[in-house]
Design a protein around this ligand. Structure first.
Ligand code: PSU
Ligand code: MN
Length: 307
């Protein structure tokens, strides 16, 4: 496996390096959710709180981001705080890593960039909130997140709560099929819709335990496949966003994005911010529940894989 160690552009923290070398469980966490997905000061609380939760489960957290152009696998608390509070932190997918490096930028890493760096550091499991996907107007704009093609070539296990309904969920699932990325529901045969437990789309397969998810990842490895395994973990229905409120705000947000001329990689942050303001915090509460659940499940799968 290619490693990140040895590259001057990537720093793997001593703690993460030692845990990977010893075969102890490590969970990778992304940082765009902190830099661009959650408002301050909640982002820092969530970033530090998630790491604590992972440690409490006996797993080493590795939050990944870019500091002054250097990709860091296992951000220190001070670096995590920097990405949560500094002005001018950009959002970096894989193609942005060399730009950030050459220009010495700070960046939150997307699912794509985080998974890419995590895999090269020898980390086998990652948790996120929502995955990027195919945007609703993709037939005209070609706007499909680089998360999808990168996951097709990055053999990691990724826990998410599906993709947000701001995207074209059906098209995203079709693209994941085309890209040979296995998707299973966690204790469900319905694809979750991030804020809501059920997006309305079916999944053929499910896993019902961390051990079963780990077995799927091992089977992927046995076939030598390069793709990620996606574990779609729904929010507890008791904590989901009210589906009627969700549908109303979604319609408004799409109109607002269009009116404001928002395009490209600004689209997701814009829509998320709109949701947070329009639901007066209800979407934020759901978002935090979703993420907490994914972090916990990711840690359990990391343990099952290491055990
Ligand atoms: N979906 C969310 N919250 C997020 C993101 C997606 O619900 O914060 C972030 C993730 O980092 C994801 C990225 O990898 O947005 C996808 O952005 P784009 O569509 O520009 O590739
Ligand atoms: Mn895009």
């Amino acid at each position: 496996m290619p490693t990140a160690s040895g590259s001057p552009a990537v720093r793997v923290s001593e703690e993460v390096r030692a845990a990977v070398a010893d075969g102890r469980p490590v969970l990778a966490l992304e940082s765009t959710i902190l830099s661009h997905g959650l408002p301050s000061p909640r982002n820092l609380e969530v970033g530090l709180g998630s790491e604590r939760e992972v440690r409490d489960l006996g797993v080493v957290p590795a939050t990944i981001g870019v500091i002054g152009g250097e990709a860091v696998v296992g951000l220190s608390p001070a670096e995590l705080e920097h990405l949560c509070t500094a002005i001018g932190v950009v959002k970096a997918s894989v193609r942005d890593l060399p730009v950030a490096r050459a220009k010495g930028l700070d960046a939150g890493t997307t699912v794509a960039a985080t998974a890419w760096l995590a895999h090269r550091a020898g980390i086998r499991v990652m948790s996120t909130g929502g995955l990027g996907g195919v945007h609703r107007d993709a037939a005209q704009t070609f706007d499909e997140s680089a998360d999808l093609p990168v996951l097709a070539e990055t053999p990691i296990t990724l826990v998410s709560a599906g993709v947000k309904s701001i995207l074209d969920i059906g098209a995203t699932l079709e693209r994941l099929e085309t890209l040979n990325v296995p998707v299973v529901g966690y204790r469900t045969n319905r694809y979750p819709g991030f804020y809501v437990a059920d997006s309305g789309f079916d999944l053929e397969y499910r896993v019902d335990s961390p051990a079963e998810a780990a077995a799927l990842a091992r089977a992927r490895d046995e076939f030598g496949l390069t793709s990620a395994v996606l574990v779609a973990n729904p929010v507890d229905p008791a904590h989901q966003l009210d589906p009627a409120l969700h549908d109303r705000v979604l319609a408004e947000a799409l109109v607002a994005a269009d009116a404001a001329g928002i395009t490209g990689h600004d689209t997701t942050p814009f829509l998320l911010d709109y949701f947070q303001r329009a639901t007066e915090g209800a979407s934020l509460a759901a978002n935090l529940e979703v993420y907490r659940g994914n972090v916990a499940l990711g840690a359990e799968i990391a343990r099952a894989l290491a055990g």
